[in-house]
Design a protein around this ligand. Structure first.
Ligand code: PEP
Length: 261
């Protein structure tokens, strides 16, 4: 049986936030965190703010993640950041295969797969993003696209290892567009993802898997989305840049979670 898990809410700041701005946002989230204790909160600042974020998050329940990593652990790769560096900077999570990386930086499922293994080597938990384009959705290829992203992106990962993976379903047409997938639309895909995970890793691993939804999550849709059986939390972009909306999204998810208990 699949039981509702506590909400997992990650804030992807993308290419925003100077160090002073990061400080203010982090302080506000940390200040609110005692009232959000049912949720697992992960902040995902740009690389430049990680060390400061880590310092501010020390001894708080709020976790730190990075937005990307390179698949080698060190070496002559100018401009890249390695998994051990992220772990050293205080990260526990790393986002891999965000649709913006796939779209603008040519990241493929094969690259995603290498990065997932690099994250494991560094002791980081990968947040692996999958999702279809509008064109794929309209052509009825949503599920096949996501299945191939999962198959290739997670190739070679054993059920044991899979327990460390967080998945994020992010329909590309819903990211940064203000167009959220309807809760039932998102749930349909989440349920299929969980079925697929059960085939690949067994029912138990699939039931424990955290599957986030991402794409224009806001305070106004958080509750309805989190009420859905297979939605375990959110990867929030735009609305994570302001403490108030990020905290409110978390509160709405907690409210939905408590009603399920
Ligand atoms: C994201 O960055 O993963 C995202 C879902 O962005 P937004 O919430 O702005 O659509």
């Amino acid at each position: 049986m699949h039981h509702k898990k506590p909400p997992f809410i990650a804030g992807n700041w993308k290419m925003h936030m100077t160090i002073p701005e990061a400080r203010a946002l982090i302080s506000a989230v940390v200040k609110a965190s005692p009232g959000l204790s049912e949720a697992e909160i992960v902040l995902v600042p740009p690389f430049t703010a990680l060390a400061e974020a880590s310092r501010l998050l020390l001894d708080t329940p709020v976790q730190l993640g990075a937005q990307n990593l390179f698949y080698e652990d060190k070496g002559a790769f100018t401009g890249e950041v390695a998994g051990p560096m992220l772990a050293d900077a205080g990260c526990r999570y790393v986002v891999i295969g965000h649709s913006e990386r796939r779209q603008y930086f040519g990241e493929t499922d094969a690259l995603v797969n290498k990065k997932v293994f690099a994250a494991f080597r560094a002791g980081l938990k990968p947040i692996v993003c999958v999702g279809e384009t509008l064109e794929e959705r309209e052509a009825g290829r949503t599920i096949s696209r996501i299945e191939s992203q999962l198959r290739n992106g997670l190739a070679g990962i054993t059920a044991d290892r899979f327990a460390e993976v967080v998945l994020a379903y992010e329909p590309i047409w819903a990211i940064g567009t203000g167009k959220t997938a309807a809760a039932s639309q998102a749930e349909e895909v989440h349920a299929r993802i969980r079925e697929k995970l059960a085939e690949n890793y067994g029912k138990e691993a699939a039931s424990y898997a955290i599957i986030l939804y991402g794409g224009s999550v806001k305070p106004a849709n958080s509750y309805a989305l989190f009420r859905e059986k297979n939605i375990d939390g959110f990867l929030v972009g735009g609305a994570s840049l302001e403490a108030e909306s990020f905290i409110q999204i978390t509160k709405e998810a907690i409210k939905a979670y408590k009603e399920e208990q």
